[in-house]
Design a protein around this ligand. Structure first.
Ligand code: MG
Length: 302
């Protein structure tokens, strides 16, 4: 099931996508967190309203106002960890062999969240090094603390995509990640959540384009810390809650990895997709999973 939050006729609603994502059926729930709570284990049938064409609604982030900070993982792909440590923008987090032992975890403010197609502000008075990070994000379905790796999948409600937009100079100068990651509009999310039963999150190809140029292309099987391990580590002594979001880290190919760096500028368009990886030896095209998106960002607002 794919679910989205959308605005139609001045009202914000949650709905389930049908007809190859061409239509959306509103659900009788207060918001996405309410839906997550209702579908936690009991699978309560939900009343669906009249379907609406997706062309007639405005999608917002699936969880437009997260209750808590978005939990993020840094340097969770080896090639990205390398490009980062060589870039001069290191934030003094775990280094070299440490990345195999301790995931680098930080957070972004909920106020940074925007939806698909939204404008990302470039904040020229604050930063001159705005960068993109395409990432698979996990949506937690129920509360839990000290969750074991083996039990972790039962806490995952679904998946979405975020762009962990980052002001690299803020990250470098302040020697932490929060300030450079939490600027207003720095967390585009969505356009929808695909429920966990429909997705093999351990085998998704994460790709990011900037103005049509492919910049990031890696598979989630290459995560240093897989999703169950991340949930185990993060929930140790810390209660995860329904609706919490964990961004799993970005692959190699961010703007800082180029010489000179290819930071984002006003007018650039960033697109991120998550595709099922084609099995080896099978000659057919990989089918697009519902999570696939194209997202337009960074219009001229600055
Ligand atoms: Mg990131």
């Amino acid at each position: 099931m794919r679910v989205a939050t959308f605005e139609h006729l001045g009202k914000q609603q949650v709905g389930v996508l049908h007809d190859g994502s061409k239509t959306i059926h509103p659900l009788e729930v207060a918001d996405m967190i309410d839906l997550i709570a209702r579908l936690d284990g009991c699978n309560v049938p939900l009343a669906e309203g009249m379907k609406v064409s997706l062309a007639d609604v405005r999608l917002v982030a699936p969880i437009p106002k997260p209750r808590r900070n978005i939990i993020c993982v840094g340097k969770n792909y080896r090639e990205h960890a390398k490009e980062f440590s060589n870039s001069g923008y290191e934030a003094n987090a775990v280094k070299e062999g440490e990345i195999d032992l301790y995931p680098a975890v930080f957070t972004k403010l909920p106020s940074s969240v925007v939806g698909t197609g939204a404008v990302v502000e470039t904040h020229p008075s604050v930063t001159s090094a705005v960068d993109y990070e395409g990432e698979l994000a996990v949506v937690i379905g129920r509360s839990g603390r000290n969750i074991s790796r083996a039990n972790a999948p039962s806490y995952v409600w679904g998946y979405t995509i975020i762009n962990d937009v980052t002001a690299r100079d803020r990250q470098r100068d302040h020697r932490q990640w929060f300030l450079g990651k939490s600027l207003d509009t720095f967390c585009p999310m969505g356009p929808w959540i695909t429920t966990a039963n429909e997705l093999d999150a351990a085998n998704l190809q994460i790709r990011t384009w900037v103005n049509g140029e492919l910049r990031q292309d890696a598979n989630t099987r290459d995560l240093i810390f897989g999703i169950p391990q991340l949930i185990e580590t993060i929930s140790a002594g810390l209660t995860l809650q329904a609706g919490d979001i964990i961004a799993t880290g970005t692959p190699a190919g961010v703007g800082l990895s180029f010489d000179p760096p290819k930071f984002l500028k006003a007018g650039d368009v960033v697109s991120i997709s998550s595709l099922k990886r084609r099995p080896r030896g099978v000659g057919q095209r990989a089918s697009k999973l519902p999570l696939s998106i194209r997202r337009a960002l960074l219009a001229a607002k600055s």
